[in-house]
Design a protein around this ligand. Structure first.
Ligand code: GUN
Ligand code: ZN
Length: 429
């Protein structure tokens, strides 16, 4: 790839949140625009004619009517569940015990972890995803595998060792002390190296003793710049179980809060069945909620209250939750978010959907200054979308009255065939 490179086509600009500003003012689809990509970053963005004038002689890659977007950011995934995606018929706790835990046991083998890490990053790149925030397994080598593979690809990633010291099979448990020690060692090895970030990762309250929760809270207090990721209020049976395991806690969120696991850099996956106190505390803290729509329908969890939570000022990202989620595609995930909005009587605009998959998730990861929007100085992680990638989409686009209608057809019906190119750190992958 020559450096610098000029990319021209249609360009998605992100000017504001489409949940605070009218969506078509917050995001713009500009025709005959472009970007200058230089040393892995965006050096300039503007009308193609201006860029050709100001950067004479620069090699131009012409994407024409394709839409150049920020690379998709998937704010909650489990890369070790890649091979068990689309496993039939169970709800959360049975699904974990039947499918997830046996597969996660296999990551005791570092070679298997390395194989799945590479496969997972290939699959996500093919779907236009350039950053993920992933749970690993209890095995430190499962973190090393994903971090090393992302580093090799120059990819921005967040990952952490999943800690569990109860209610999981023998062979898939650590202890409060070893969970702390291993997490700390991994954090010291990987956090802030190249584009890698470590997330402190207690799986969820049922699989950690209060001692382990406290140890995780202590580690986070020592490294408050790290993200902390976990699960919150996904299914009603789970919530009842949490109540029985933590009888003193006021609610599910309090099981984290009382152990130092509620903070502005916290990421709480699912967050479907929240009580008012939990919503108030999450908002006051500035913690991020992560909507996992294909997972929430696939495992039968419930309907996330996007409109209500956004209206009260929560920070929200979007995620596949692979492999509880049924897709690697953030397009499919946006479609599921739209459908859940419809079931709640609050349809999301295409600009809101694509914002959630880019700037929204980047903001949830506290990385909105580096990824998630195409702005000067941002990292050159891009997805280029063909908005007429299949016959079904193309015939619908022929009727579209504007570019948002075109994009919406790809959001609803598109898959990896819509991904013309994925760029990571200024290179096509
Ligand atoms: N809650 C605890 N662990 C998991 C997991 O792996 N997937 C989902 N969807 N929910 C969880
Ligand atoms: Zn999850």
């Amino acid at each position: 790839m020559p450096d610098p490179t000029l990319l021209t086509g249609r360009v998605l600009r992100t000017l504001a949140s489409p949940f605070d500003t009218p969506p078509e003012e917050a995001l713009r689809i500009e025709t005959d625009w472009g970007l200058i990509v230089e040393r892995g970053q965006i050096s300039a963005i503007g009308p193609a004619a201006d860029l050709r004038r100001d950067w004479p002689g620069t090699t131009e890659i012409v994407y024409g009517s394709d839409l150049i977007c920020p690379g998709f950011v998937d704010a909650h995934v489990h890369y070790p569940q890649t091979a068990i995606i689309a496993s039939w018929g169970k709800r959360l706790i049975d699904w974990l015990n039947s499918y997830t835990f046996p597969e996660e046991m296999r990551f005791a083998d570092p070679a298997y972890a390395a194989e799945v890490a590479a496969r997972y990053l290939d699959l996500t790149a093919a779907h236009g995803t350039t950053t993920v925030c992933s749970f690993c397994t209890i095995h430190p080598a499962s973190v090393d595998a994903l971090m090393a593979e992302a580093q090799r690809r120059g990819q921005r990633i967040v990952a952490g060792k999943t800690c569990m010291d109860r209610n999981a099979p023998d062979g898939l448990q650590d202890t409060a002390q070893s969970g702390y020690d291993d997490s700390k060692a991994l954090l010291e090895t990987w956090h802030g190296v190249d584009r890698l970030s470590y997330a402190i990762t207690p799986r969820f309250s049922p699989t950690s003793t209060p001692d382990q929760m406290a140890a995780m809270g202590a580690l986070w207090a020592e490294h408050p710049d790290c993200l902390m990721q976990t699960h919150l209020s996904e299914q009603t049976d789970e919530i009842a179980w949490v109540r029985s395991l933590y009888p003193q806690a006021r609610d599910y969120l309090d099981t984290y809060e009382r152990h130092g696991l509620l903070g502005p850099n916290g990421l709480y996956g699912h967050a479907i069945h929240l009580e008012q106190r939990e919503r108030d505390r999450l908002r006051a803290t500035g913690a991020a909620l992560v909507h996992c729509p294909t997972s929430n329908t696939f495992i039968g969890s419930g309907l996330f209250d996007m409109a209500g939570l956004m209206a009260e000022g929560q920070r929200i990202g979007l995620a596949t939750d692979t492999g509880g989620g049924s897709s690697f595609s953030m397009l499919r995930t946006m479609a599921a978010a739209y459908e859940i909005g419809q079931l709640r009587g609050t349809p999301l605009h295409a600009a809101q959907l694509i914002w959630l998959a880019t700037a929204g998730s980047a903001g949830a990861l506290r990385m909105g200054d580096r990824i998630g929007s195409l702005t000067q100085g941002a990292e050159a992680d891009l997805v280029v979308l063909d908005l007429a990638s299949t016959a079904a989409i193309a015939q619908r686009v022929a009727r579209a009255e504007d570019a948002w209608e075109e994009l919406f057809a790809t959001i609803m019906m598109g898959d990896d065939r819509a991904v013309r190119a994925t760029w990571i750190s200024g290179r096509v992958v």
